[in-house]
Design a protein around this ligand. Structure first.
Ligand code: AKB
Length: 313
């Protein structure tokens, strides 16, 4: 049976993407794959594997007829700084393993997420464009930038159809993010509902690009469905949702939880990472090429997060 393989399926994106893949491609079997044991069965089959273990991955590509791969396993910006060598190994060697196997087993399409972390202090801070200066300051950021080049290399050299989105910070209620600089924008909701207070590791005015998970999943599926001839930007796109600050988000949350209070930690190492990133993203290339348009802004995202989390917390 033709299959879709999702590597890193237990994570923040995988948890939600699998359902969307099943709806979009009902004739395909969806195989969830993670280094951690299965949490709950998402997709049709679960296989445990480390993306760095080429031999193990190979057995999966041999066993199933894989037509699409979504490689979501990665170490994010904050954790990456505490384990730089491992972050590089996972983010780059894992990608190369998947690209090689995808060529060898004639996979039709590969999705690999990049990030706003490819930008740095030399990039324009506002409406950061698709092209132009990129001087990432973190291992995560420069592994994503190197990964973009590798994806392009496999496209050019082997004709592999690899597509990619530079995600902003992703906000979701179904699964927690792990080890990112933008994670505050998820934790703030959990703490607001549980304790009506939050201690933020970024300063009140740190503006960063964010996106609600519903938009991120829809954008990913739309990109993967778009006919190749429409994708002019070598299949790799900036994507914007909205931008927000911890202070602004706290005010928005107070409209739903009037007693909510926030205070700010000083000298957290994640502040420096956030300060090196864009404040907002220009996604006009995605708009032009495949009609991308975000649906959620800060207000609608906040209402939706609080509605869902109030039911589960
Ligand atoms: C992180 O904060 O590291 C990620 C990202 C922006 O890629 N959420």
């Amino acid at each position: 049976m033709d299959s879709i393989l999702v590597i890193g399926s237990n994570g923040q994106i995988g948890t939600e993407l699998i359902d969307a893949l099943k709806v979009t491609w009902p004739a395909y079997q969806v195989i969830s794959c993670d280094i951690r044991p299965r949490e709950q069965l998402k997709g049709d089959v679960f296989v445990q594997a480390d993306v760095n273990d080429l031999e193990r991955l190979k057995t999966i590509f041999e066993q199933y007829r894989i037509k699409q791969v979504y490689l979501l396993a990665a170490l994010l910006s904050a954790t990456g700084e505490t384990k730089p060598r491992y972050a590089w190994d996972l983010n780059i060697n894992g990608l190369l393993n998947v690209l090689d196997l995808s060529v060898a087993y004639r996979v039709e399409k590969v999705f690999w997420p990049s990030s706003i972390a490819v930008f740095g202090p030399g990039s324009p801070k506002d409406d950061t464009p698709q092209f132009g200066e990129k001087d990432p300051q973190t291992v995560y950021g420069f592994s994503k930038l190197a990964g973009e080049h590798w994806c392009n290399y496999y496209r050019e050299k082997y004709g592999l159809d690899v597509r990619s989105i530079r995600y902003p910070g992703l906000i979701s209620w179904k699964a927690a993010p792990g080890g990112g600089t933008t994670d505050y924008a998820v934790q703030i909701f959990h703490d607001a509902i549980a304790t009506e207070s939050y201690q933020c590791f970024l300063s009140a005015n740190t503006r960063l690009p964010m996106m609600y998970m519903d938009d991120a999943i829809r954008g990913t599926i739309e990109l993967m469905q778009t006919p190749l001839e429409k994708l002019k930007v070598f299949r790799l796109y900036n994507l914007a949702g909205f931008s927000c600050t911890p202070g602004g988000l706290a005010i928005e949350i107070s409209e739903h939880i009037p007693g909510f209070t926030i205070n700010y930690l000083e000298n957290d190492p994640r502040q420096q990472i956030a300060d090196s990133w864009p404040r907002s993203i220009d996604d006009s290339e995605a708009q032009k090429d495949w009609g991308w348009q975000a649906r959620f802004d800060q207000k609608t995202m906040t209402s939706d997060m609080i509605k869902h989390l109030s039911l589960v917390v």
